[in-house]
Design a protein around this ligand. Structure first.
Ligand code: BG6
Length: 504
């Protein structure tokens, strides 16, 4: 199996793909014929590329993963081919190089193409691959037997129209079961665990509906700015970078119906149904239920001076790109009618955390004062786990109650789940399991929901872009979208310390 990485000298390849492939090889989870062919315009020989990767591996591997012998073995499976992925004429050279490597590795011309390039190449590469029959679609001579898959990084499209155009290009060159649109959140163990929690326990599902759930929050925030990615991020913004894919995917997992059996089709059918049930946002909803923000310079905790977004490298000093988004979402179906969902993401927040808070309804009658309602917190990262909040009598006279927490953290199972999201997804793709990858129809359904927001922001200058000081929880206005005077749950690094002590 040959893995061809387009954009081989890029940041994602070095930070994520190469270390993940290394750990798969270390765990002996790659096929015998496995090799990697890095492809990019930068000139490298195999040797020079290996030396470069070796350095990067040292940087990105955990100490316990470093092993000189495995590193040498891994590097011996790495090759490099200089070409311009935008040029059709270069693809014959790629094909010849692959045929050479097939001989060496005894590979029956099975390839996975990984697009880790700037998104403007996503529409070009499949066309060029199919021009030299590397897509293996209907070209006789038994070649249909070969494995030809393509992994496409996000963002898949820029809005509904461009995603649709891309889909048409991919449909032309590949069949749906060859397409693996990657969303690394689905590769996270704790994200997959949402399904285990819901569908493997008898006690939650009966309560998992509008009768017992008051509202649900999904938060994915980070305490970093945009680092060195200004050039990319300034054209993208938080809605395209995080919400249209990761956040809506999390929302789908929390709200989907249980599939009859678990496989790529049934699971993705249920995800799609959620996207199709999202209530479209009217222009008025976009003004009142969607809040966008951008971080401004500040001194966090009176310690570090944090830059404002507009001062970041490669960012337009007048940029109106959002680094924060909060949206109140409604799902129009029988299970969720009337339940508000609040999703938000932001850069330069006080901490890095991703979590889902399911707030249950209050008891119909309060015997013991205004006791807090139950909540179930699903912690995706860090301090991965689940906590159930419920009320207990405070010891002593009278009948005061206080909220307590019953929790499970993954380290009670001997540590945070091993293997990172990319290893899991790369292995799934090698095995031909597309369950955890986004299907064409779901991409378009998600863009159908979000594109009106992007259009409104572009066209209506009156929709405010709120500044928020770096290191804070985002624009104050975001509190106003929450019903009934509730406010956002601002999580801490530690799952169970939320109400008592907050270490940021
Ligand atoms: C990526 C976004 O998809 O997800 C980044 O492009 C973001 O901007 C990252 O930082 C967050 O991923 P994680 O796994 O660290 O939560």
């Amino acid at each position: 199996m040959g893995l061809v990485i387009f954009g081989a000298s890029g940041d994602l390849t070095m930070r994520k793909l190469i270390p993940s492939l290394y750990s798969l090889l270390q765990a002996k989870r790659v096929p015998k014929s496995f090799f990697v062919l890095g492809v990019a315009r930068t000139e490298y020989s195999d040797e020079a590329f290996r030396t470069y990767l070796k350095e990067k591996l040292q940087e990105h591997l955990k100490d316990e993963e470093k092993d000189t012998e495995t590193v040498s073995l891994f590097l011996s499976h790495i090759h490099y081919h200089t070409m311009d992925p935008a040029e059709e004429k270069d693809y014959n050279g790629l094909k010849s190089k692959l045929l050479e490597l097939d001989e060496v590795y005894n590979n029956p011309a099975n390839y996975i193409f990984y697009l880790s390039t700037p998104p403007n190449l996503y529409g070009i590469i499949p066309k060029h691959l199919s021009a030299v029959n590397l897509n293996a679609k209907g070209n006789g001579a038994g070649i249909e037997e070969n494995i030809r898959r393509i992994i496409i990084e996000k963002p898949f499209g820029y809005d509904l129209e461009s995603a649709h155009e891309l889909n048409l290009i991919y449909e032309e060159a590949f069949t749906e079961n060859q397409l693996y649109r990657i969303d690394h959140y689905l590769g996270k163990e704790t994200v997959q665990n949402i399904m285990a929690l819901r569908f493997s326990n008898g006690i939650f599902e009966p309560l998992w509906n509008r009768r017992y759930i008051d509202r649900i929050e999904v938060t994915a925030v980070e305490n970093l700015g945009i680092e060195k990615r200004g050039g990319f991020y300034d054209n993208v913004g938080a809605l395209r970078d995080m919400v249209q894919n990761h956040l809506i995917q999390l929302l789908a997992l929390v709200t989907m119906e249980p599939p009859a059996v678990f496989n790529a089709k049934t699971f993705r059918d249920e995800v799609l149904k959620v996207y199709q049930s999202l209530r479209p946002l009217s222009p008025q909803d976009i003004r009142t239920n969607v809040i966008r923000g951008q971080y401004t310079a500040s001194k966090a905790n009176n310690e570090r001076q944090l830059k404002g977004y507009r001062e970041e490298e490669k960012v337009n000093p007048q940029s109106r790109t959002e680094t924060y988004v909060a949206i109140k979402v409604a799902i129009d179906n029988w299970r969720w009618g009337g339940v508000p969902f609040y999703i938000r993401t932001g850069k330069q927040m006080p901490t890095k955390v991703t979590e889902i808070v399911v707030h249950f309804r209050k008891t119909p009658h309060s015997l013991f004062g205004d006791a807090p309602a139950n909540a179930l917190i699903i912690r995706i990262q860090p301090n991965e786990g689940v906590a159930l909040k419920f009320d207990m009598k405070t010891p002593g006279s009278g009948f005061d109650v206080q909220q307590v927490s019953m929790d499970f953290t993954y380290n009670k199972l001997g540590g945070v789940p091993s293997g990172d999201a990319y290893s899991r997804l790369l292995e799934d793709c090698m095995r031909g399991d597309a369950t955890l990858f986004t299907r064409s129809d779901a991409v378009e359904a998600s863009w159908t929901y979000f594109t009106p927001i992007l259009k409104a922001w572009e066209q209506d200058e009156k929709i405010p872009l709120h500044g928020y000081p770096a290191g804070t929880w985002g624009p104050k206005m975001a509190d106003q979208i929450i019903n009934d005077g509730y406010s956002w749950t601002n999580p801490c690094k530690n799952l169970t310390d939320t109400d008592l002590y907050c270490e940021l």
